[in-house]
Design a protein around this ligand. Structure first.
Ligand SMILES: [Zn+2]
Ligand SMILES: [Zn+2]
Length: 806
């Protein structure tokens, strides 16, 4: 008996697949639409750390599914690439002086060899990398199209600023007030920015979620991020002089209870309305607020702060003069940057009113009576202290008051979104140059399409200047150019695109990776798109998955793609935790390196183990014992394959087991329930491994079932049984339904030795289950009602006798 030589087998078949391009996808027009599948993995960022065990989990799942689909006659597109622009390569360049391109290429080479060592059936001819000029030419092309339509605009706005990375960040890149890349607390800074008008698509991004087969939790994350609310915009006149303050409220029914107003410190009215007596206090407050992030100002703020401007506004409902304050818990970026404060029915306003001794008026009541408020009561109820509207229920009041405001021309119904426009420029080097030119005569002018790609120039240093300019600004030869419109001297835009730009559309470049006329031919888009199944981490819920839907919808609107959603079905794989169920991390020293696992156990064992750990979507802990168990299973397969083959008919029992196994593995693999499919293959092996010789009719179908899971081992065994490679292109075995049906036996049910009922039960039912069936039988239940059962005698497959007192 020889050991299971996984290392030799795996190298042999990986070389075979590569040489023969076994898994190349072709656009065969004869394959009908329903037999084409586009199965996509979230492509990795090629970090210096290499692949970790979390990466392959999703890749293994899609690979098994793709192999299963191909064996079932589907034409499958399954590509891989690299999301290769981004901060880590640049930070590494600053530290070591290595050009980001060099370190990125090294990392890509390492990732590629690691990915190949797991035997994935990618079509490697379609490999893409977002930092290649042939690729980012089209990222720039899409950007220009969006700019032409007014979806990319320039503005000086306060943005999230990472003082360590020295760059601006999108809201989506700030986690709990910290930079998503380096963990430094984010501050605010006013900077000239390129901004993408994602808010123009808010309604469609929200509504079209209903079309998608995504998990409800993921859809909810996007819904909450978009944060649609319905309410009214209302204008309050300023008491002294002219002007008015517009507010957005979701509770226009509480207008009578507005006892003061609050503006964001950045609100443009602040300077105009502040009285001279309050000027110093207001200015000091504004300077302090500018240093804080949105999160520090809102969720993290323990105590409300604020300053009175000295000005008053008029409550349009009751004519009351109400004071106007500023406070940093109001964000300029949400609604109108100003609120009417209703302390009786809003917790934040209540807190603020208590602290600054501002009046609190009840305008909503639980039962229509008035009572002193001990805390804010933000619930719906009956209107009180609301003049002619008293007695109205909240929903009705809302409708009536909006009509009233519209008639008086002081307000209108309004929809608001929490979603902000996307801060799109980065003051960094390693990203796509924004293909725009600033001309003193013509303003902003696009780099002509036939001059794309606008290549990223070589720079001497990568260190960001910290002045809000990217290192490109120092490249005067590159920056100084001529205006494409007037031919006069002009300057290039020096900001670069964010990491997320390249991944917004990469799934379409795979379809046509070498096309230099369009980003992807319409013919190929029509053949494959949209993506049938997308698998990746949930951490991209409001970043990549929102941004790419936005770009895709835009491309649909300009008739460049055939679908208005890119990813029809999406699955987030669960996290792989360290042994003991804690997160894997360098500091805990519990990080598992896939290279080590492949070296000691083999790629097939790692593939089967990661899928056997549990359902794909749940998080699960790594177990050294578990992987050893899976290795023993594959060793058993290897040893069993050494038994002599025969051409005999298998026994009825084994034939039934085979067909049950084919049925279960087919069903479960099709539903991505890989762990239970593997368990069934283990049951099969336990029976078959004890034989003295192997019926070919039993063994060959089993090898086919194993092929998507342990493809190297299956190729080797397939060849041994006389099959021609590749096992990956063989037809999936079919089961005979008749052989999967349980055999039934008649079991008699007795009471005190007398036959009272009969039932057909599956053969092989155990003692406990047979007893349960007898006691659950309707006739038996009726006869035993009110009787005391002393004893139940069970002879499985034959009879059950209940001894009871009569
Ligand atoms: Zn940072
Ligand atoms: Zn010009």
């Amino acid at each position: 008996m020889t050991g299971y030589p996984f290392s030799d087998i795996e190298k042999k078949w990986q070389a075979y697949w590569e040489k023969n391009k076994t898994f190349r996808a072709k656009e065969d027009p004869k394959v009908p639409r329903e037999k084409r599948k586009y199965i996509l993995d979230m492509f990795p960022y090629p970090s210096a750390a290499g692949l970790h065990v979390g990466h392959p989990e999703g890749y293994i799942a899609t690979d098994i599914y793709c192999r299963y689909l191909r064996m079932n006659g589907f034409n499958v597109l399954h590509p891989m690439g690299f999301d290769s622009f981004g901060l880590p390569a640049e930070n590494y360049a600053i530290k070591t002086g290595t050009h980001p391109r060099v370190s990125t290429e090294q990392n890509i080479a390492r990732f590629t060899s690691q990915i190949k060592s797991l035997g994935f059936s990618y079509d490697w001819d379609r490999l893409i990398s977002t930092c290649e000029p042939e690729y980012y030419r089209w990222t720039q092309w899409i950007f220009l199209k969006m700019w032409e339509k007014g979806l990319a605009y320039e503005a000086e706005v306060p943005i999230n600023w990472c003082p360590s990375c020295l760059t601006g960040l999108a809201n989506e890149e700030v986690k709990d007030g910290l930079c998503d890349r380096c963990g430094t607390p984010v501050t605010r800074r006013n900077l000239r920015q390129w901004i993408m008008k994602i808010t123009a698509y808010a309604e469609r991004l929200l509504a079209d979620l209903d079309k998608l087969q995504w998990s409800e939790s993921l859809k909810l994350m996007q819904r909450n991020w978009i944060g649609r609310s319905e309410g009214a915009n209302v204008r309050f006149a300023i008491a002294a002089g002219d002007g008015e303050i517009e507010v957005y409220t979701t509770r226009p029914d509480t207008l009578f209870g507005a006892t003061y107003m609050v503006l964001a410190p950045e609100h443009p009215l602040v300077a105009r309305i502040t009285t001279s007596a309050q000027k110093t206090a207001v200015q000091d407050y504004i300077s302090a607020a500018a240093m804080k992030s949105d999160l520090e100002r809102t969720e993290l703020a323990k105590e409300k702060t604020g300053v009175f401007t000295g000005a008053y506004a008029i409550n349009p409902m009751n004519g009351n003069k109400i004071p106007v304050w500023i406070s940093d818990y109001i964000l300029i970026s949400y609604g109108t940057g100003a609120i009417m404060a209703v302390p009786g029915h809003d917790e934040r306003d209540f807190e603020f009113a208590k602290k600054f001794d501002l009046p609190i008026v009840q305008v909503v009541s639980r039962d229509g009576s008035t009572y002193p408020l001990k805390a804010a009561e933000p619930m719906d109820g009956i209107a009180v202290n609301s003049g002619e509207f008293n007695g109205l229920a909240t929903a009705e009041f809302k409708k009536k008051i909006v009509e009233w405001l519209q008639k008086k021309e002081i307000g209108r119904s309004a929809v608001n979104y929490k979603l902000r426009d996307w801060i799109f420029s980065r003051q960094r080097y390693w990203g796509e140059p924004i293909p725009l030119i600033h001309c003193p005569k013509d303003g902003t002018v696009a780099v002509p399409y036939d001059q794309l790609p606008l290549r990223l120039p070589e720079v001497a240093g990568y260190k960001p200047t910290g002045t809000g300019e990217s290192p490109l600004a120092a490249m005067t030869d590159w920056v100084n150019t001529t205006c494409p419109k007037c031919g006069g001297p002009a300057k290039r835009e020096t900001n670069t695109m964010p990491q997320w730009a390249g991944s917004c559309w990469y799934y379409m470049r795979y379809l046509d990776p070498h096309n230099d006329a369009v980003f992807s031919s319409r013919e190929k888009l029509d053949y494959w798109m949209p993506v049938d199944l997308y698998v990746g981490g949930a951490e991209h819920a409001v970043l990549h998955l929102l941004y790419s839907r936005f770009w895709h919808k835009f491309l649909y609107d300009i008739d460049a793609v055939n679908s208005d959603e890119p990813f029809m079905r999406l699955i987030n794989q669960g996290m792989i935790l360290g042994e003991g169920g804690v997160k894997m991390s360098k500091s805990l020293g519990n990080v598992i390196n896939p290279d080590d696992i492949i070296r000691s156990f083999g790629a097939d064992t790692m593939r089967v183990y990661e899928m056997f750990m549990g359902p794909l979507e749940v998080s699960k802990p790594w177990s050294t014992r578990g992987i050893a168990g899976v290795k023993r299973f594959l060793e058993k397969v290897w040893r069993t394959a050494e038994l002599p083959l025969n051409n005999d008919e298998p026994s009825e029992t084994l034939l039934r087991l085979l067909h049950k196994t084919i049925k279960k593995v087919s069903h479960d693999t099709g539903k991505l329930e890989f762990n239970t499919a593997i368990a069934q293959m283990m049951i099969f092996m336990n029976e078959v491994s004890g034989l003295s010789s192997l019926p070919r009719k039993l063994w060959q179908p089993f090898i086919l079932l194993l092929a998507p899971y342990a493809p190297h081992l299956a190729e080797e065994l397939w060849e041994e049984t006389g099959g021609t490679p590749s096992v990956g292109v063989q037809a999936w075995p079919r089961w005979d339904e008749a052989l999967t049906v349980e055999e039934l036996v008649e079991v008699v049910f007795q009471i005190n030795g007398k036959i009272r009922a009969k039932e057909s039960l599956p053969s092989g039912l155990g003692e406990a289950e047979t007893k349960e069936k007898a006691l659950g039988n309707a006739r038996m239940k009726e006869l035993l009602d009110g009787k005391e059962i002393h004893k139940v005698i069970v002879v499985p497959g034959k009879l059950v006798n209940v001894v009871a007192s009569l």
